[in-house]
Structure formats: C-alpha cells, structure tokens
Design a protein around this ligand. Structure first.
Ligand SMILES: Cc1cc2nc3c(=O)[nH]c(=O)nc-3n(C[C@H](O)[C@H](O)[C@H](O)COP(=O)(O)OP(=O)(O)OC[C@H]3O[C@@H](n4cnc5c(N)ncnc54)[C@H](O)[C@@H]3O)c2cc1C
Length: 335
C-alpha cells in the first residue's frame, strides 16, 4: 500500500495568467475520483502571474491550489518547469497527477514521470477509478487505434497520465469553503537550463480553428473529391455558425491543414452537432468525434461505418446534398 494522497491537475496558463481549458476539464474528472475516497483536488499552477487561473480553478472543481510563480516561469521551459514541479511533487507525494495532452503537457509529462520513477499513460481518452486500490484505470488507443488498452500503474506512485483536451467537459462547482493557495518560490540556476526557446512560430491557421470549443462542426473527408469542394463544407459551416473539421485523409491529401483534423492524431471534439460529409468512419476518426451529441452523416455508401454511430444518415452524393442543405438553411434563416 502507498501513503500517497490527493489528486493533482497541472494547469497550463496563458500569457495573461488565465488557465487553458484542458486543465480545467481535468479538474472535474479528478473531483469525481477524489470525492469517492474523500481526497483533495489540487490545481498545480505554474507561471509568472496566475491570479486569473486561481479564480478559474476554484470554480472548476479544485479544492486547493499550489502555485509556482515568478519571472523564471514567465515562459514554459522544460528544465525549469520539470525541476520545480518534481520538487513540489516529492514534497507533497500526491497519488495521481493529471496533465492535459497539449504540446506542453506532452513534453512535461514524460520528463516528470522519468524523474519521479513512475509510469505515465499518454494521450488517454477515458478514465475509470478503482476505489479499493485507489488506482486509476487509464484508457488509450493502442495498435494504431484498432483497440483500446486500459493501463494501470500498480507498483509506483504517483500515477500519471496525459488526457486529450476535449475528452471531458469543464464542470462548474461551488467554491470549496476551505480553498487555500500554497505559493512556492523555487529558484533554478541559469547554467542548468539546457534548452531554450529560440523563436515561437505561431501556426496562424491553428490559432483560428477552435474545434474543441465548437458547438457545431461540419467535417469533410476524402469523399469531397478535391480541395476546391471544401468550399461547400465551409459554406454549410458558415450558415450554421459552425467550424470546419476534416478527416486525416483530407489533411494527408493536402486539401486542408492539420489544425482541422478530428480523430486519434487530430483533435477530440464534443460539439452539439457533428456533420460528417464524405467520411467513411474509420475507428481513428471515431475516436475523436463519437462523443458529439448529435451525429449526422452524409455518405454515398449506405454501408459506410459512419452510419453505425450516426443519429441521422443521408445516403447520397454530398456534392448535391450539401449545397441544397446550405440553401435550405439560408432560406429558413431569412423567414
Ligand atoms: C495511427 C493512425 C492514426 C490515424 N488518425 C486519424 C485521425 O486522427 N483522423 C482521421 O480522420 N483518420 C485517422 N487515421 C486514418 C483513418 O484510418 C482513415 O484512413 C481516415 O479516417 C479515412 O478518411 P476518410 O473517411 O475521409 O476517407 P475514406 O475512408 O476514403 O472514406 C471516404 C468516404 O467518402 C464517401 N464518399 C465518396 N464520394 C462521396 C460523395 N460524392 N458523396 C458522399 N460520400 C462520398 C465514401 O463512400 C467513403 O465512405 C489514422 C490512421 C492511423 C493508422
């Protein structure tokens, strides 16, 4: 048996000190598990200024926060962040650490787990909890997404995992009456910083594709035939106030950027409505969108696997159906 206690969630922050959604989503999930064993959910927030993030975590399920702040933490740096977090983890000995599988989380998680001599299940899409053993059951796609593997960390603590943003919804909680903030001031010698950020190149396109936050997504796949036909998908998305998504086949063909890709190696989405146009519905695509509230599929092959998960299916040529749908919705909006 281990003495480790409490559930920690690493909260990634923006420049203005606010928290990114991925961490906030995990607080709710941590709370569901922690409540079963009467333990705390601690938000671990690192950054130069974390005031906004503290206010956000309070309402999203954290029962307390530990902050590591100062100029040293103004920008993410692997060496600096790993050192400070590992030191803090060693001091408090949490049972579980959840990290959002963003590019930062994917860099930080393995570094931490290696230094802490524990395991890390990366890129999870579902979590369960064994109350008796206080053990998280981490589920993630394996063998190219052809099966889902559930992994446990039986012999080491803390138990660690990264979870894809968008897998869980952000939850709202009453602010805990005992909420406290522990502030850590941890220095790190400049000469020990082995990696530095030389330049940040922003992918302009990626910045504008908020698939994880979208309520309506219209996605195009190989079935759209050629890149110009994405215009039809864009028009339908526009008239619905939605966002354009795609399958990997369309991305690999160079018809649209990876920022739009939904699925195992793209984004995990959970809109109210997901319209899949010319997408067959391979398991790797479903891994990213099957949590949508309502799925509408348009495909000319009535046996396409997408129809097995769809709530509404239209069998036919999308090149005729999509423009008609767009026109119909436009007319309806004018009425
Ligand atoms: C490790 C790994 C990770 C992967 N990650 C992802 C991922 O993140 N996301 C992802 O999407 N895929 C991913 N894939 C790829 C995945 O296996 C499929 O190859 C891909 O999803 C297929 O894309 P598609 O449905 O657009 O194309 P296809 O499977 O070729 O399907 C095209 C569909 O369009 C229909 N169609 C054709 N013409 C028309 C028309 N005129 N009107 C209506 N329907 C039409 C066809 O009937 C067909 O069903 C991954 C694969 C691997 C191995």
């Amino acid at each position: 048996m281990f003495d480790n206690k409490n559930f920690w969630v690493y909260i990634e922050t923006r420049e203005d000190g606010s928290a990114k959604n991925g961490g906030l989503e995990l607080l709710g999930q941590a709370r569901v598990m922690a409540d079963q064993v009467n333990e705390e959910v601690i938000a671990l927030i690192v950054g130069k200024n974390v005031d906004k993030a503290i206010e956000q975590v309070k309402k999203s399920g954290a029962t307390s926060a530990i902050t590591i702040t100062g100029d040293l933490y103004a920008e993410y740096n692997t060496d600096v962040y790993t050192n400070a977090i590992v030191q803090t983890v060693n001091e408090y000995q949490p049972n579980v650490i959840l990290i959002s599988a963003t590019s930062q989380g994917r860099d930080l998680g393995p570094r931490m787990s290696s230094r802490l001599h524990t395991g890390l299940t990366a890129d999870c899409t579902a979590l369960a909890f064994d109350v008796e053993k206080k053990e998280v059951q981490w589920t993630r796609p394996a063998f190219g997404g052809n099966l889902m593997a559930t992994i446990i960390c039986a012999e080491h603590r803390p138990q660690m995992g990264t979870v894809r943003p968008g897998v869980f919804e952000k939850q709202e909680y009453e602010i805990s009456p005992n909420f406290e903030v522990i502030t850590k001031d941890i220095d790190f010698p400049q000469e020990k910083i082995l990696s530095r950020i030389v330049e940040v190149i922003v992918d302009e396109d990626a910045g504008y594709v908020d698939l994880e936050g979208a309520e309506i997504i219209v996605s195009g796949g190989r079935g759209i035939g050629k890149p110009e036909n994405f215009k039809l998908i864009e028009e339908l998305a526009e008239v619905l106030g939605g966002t354009v998504g795609s399958s990997r086949a369309a991305v690999d063909a160079g018809w649209i950027s990876h920022a739009h890709q939904v699925g195992q190696t793209g984004k995990t989405v959970g809109p109210k409505v997901y319209i899949a146009c010319g997408i067959s519905g391979q398991i790797q695509h479903l891994a990213g969108m099957s949590g949508s509230d309502v799925i509408i599929a348009i495909n000319k092959d009535e046996n396409a696997p997408i129809f097995r998960v769809a709530d509404y299916g239209i069998v036919g040529d999308l090149l005729t159906i999509v423009p008609k749908l767009t026109e119909r919705i436009k007319k309806k909006k004018k009425m």
